[in-house]
Ligand binder design. Structure first.
Ligand code: FES
Length: 247
C-alpha cells in the first residue's frame, strides 16, 4: 500500500486545513509587517530633522500601506482563505474512499464463502452494504448483444449489481417471493440477473466489474459503473413468484 492509500479521508482533510491555516497565517503576518514598516517610515520622516523620503524612492518603492488598505487586504485574504478551506473540505469529503469503501476496489471476500452464503439464503443475493452492491449467483445464457463475462461483470458464476434503481436512484431490494429485484419507489422490477422486466426503468440494473484471483478472492471495482443491459434482455428465465411490490 502506498503512503497515500494509507491516509484516511479525515487525515487528508486535516492536512489540507493545517496547510491552508499556515498559508493564512503567513499572508496575514507579511501584510501586517508591511503595514508596520510603512507606518514607521512615515513617522520617521515626520520627525523634526527626520530624513525625508526622496521623491524617486517614493516613486519606485512600494506605496505605504494605509490602515484602510490593510483592513481591505485582510478582508480579501480572509475571503480567499475561507473559499480555499471550503473547497478543500469539499474535495476531501468527495474524495473516493481509498481504503475500501464505495468508489474503490472492494474486497468482497472469498468466492467459496459468497456462494455458500447465497445457497444458505435459498438463492437470495449476497449483499455488500459498504460497496452498495449485491452479488447474485449467475449462470445465464449470453444473448447476441449481451455477454456479461465479456463485459467483465460476471465471473465463475457470480455477478455484482449496483443497488441503485436506474429510474430515479432508489435502493432496490430483493424480493424473496418473486426472486426479482423490486423497486418500492415507482415499481420497476428486474429479474434475478438485474435485467429489466416491468416499470419505468429505462434499462437493467447497472453493475460493476469483478475479478477473482487464484486464491479465490473476489474484488469488485466500484470506481466505474457498467450500464445495465437494454430493455428486452433476458439471459435467465423471467419466471417469478408473488411480487413484494404490487405490479
Ligand atoms: Fe425505482 Fe423509480 S426509482 S422505479
Amino acid at each position: 500500500m502506498t503512503p497515500l492509500l494509507a491516509l484516511s479521508n479525515g487525515t487528508i482533510a486535516a492536512i489540507v486545513v493545517v496547510v491552508v491555516l499556515d498559508l493564512f497565517a503567513i499572508m496575514f503576518g507579511l501584510s501586517f509587517r508591511r503595514a508596520r514598516v510603512a507606518e514607521r517610515d512615515a513617522e520617521a520622516a515626520a520627525q523634526p530633522g527626520g530624513i525625508p523620503i526622496r521623491p524617486e524612492v517614493i516613486a519606485k518603492g512600494p506605496k505605504p500601506v494605509t490602515r484602510r488598505d490593510f483592513f481591505r487586504r485582510s478582508l480579501v485574504t480572509s475571503l480567499l482563505v475561507f473559499t480555499a478551506q471550503f473547497g478543500a473540505m469539499t474535495i476531501a469529503f468527495l474524495w473516493p474512499n481509498l481504503k475500501g469503501g464505495f468508489g474503490s476496489l472492494i474486497n468482497a471476500g472469498k468466492i467459496g464463502d459468497i456462494k455458500a452464503a447465497i445457497i444458505n439464503a435459498q438463492g437470495q443475493p449476497f449483499y455488500f452494504g459498504a460497496g452498495r452492491f449485491y452479488i447474485v449467483a449467475y449462470n445465464g445464457t449470453p444473448t447476441k448483444d449481451v455477454n456479461y463475462e465479456e463485459l467483465l461483470v460476471a465471473a465463475q458464476g457470480i455477478m455484482p449489481l449496483y443497488q441503485r434503481c436506474v429510474h430515479l436512484g432508489c435502493r432496490v431490494p430483493y424480493c424473496a417471493t418473486s426472486s426479482w429485484f423490486e423497486c418500492p419507489c415507482h415499481g420497476s422490477k428486474y429479474n434475478g440477473a438485474g435485467e429489466y422486466q416491468l416499470g419505468p426503468a429505462p434499462r437493467g440494473m447497472d453493475r460493476f466489474k469483478v475479478t477473482i484471483d487464484p486464491s479465490g478472492t473476489v474484488t469488485v471495482d466500484t470506481s466505474e459503473i457498467v450500464l445495465g443491459p437494454p430493455r428486452g434482455t433476458n439471459t435467465i428465465s423471467p419466471s417469478h413468484g408473488p411480487f413484494c411490490v404490487p405490479a
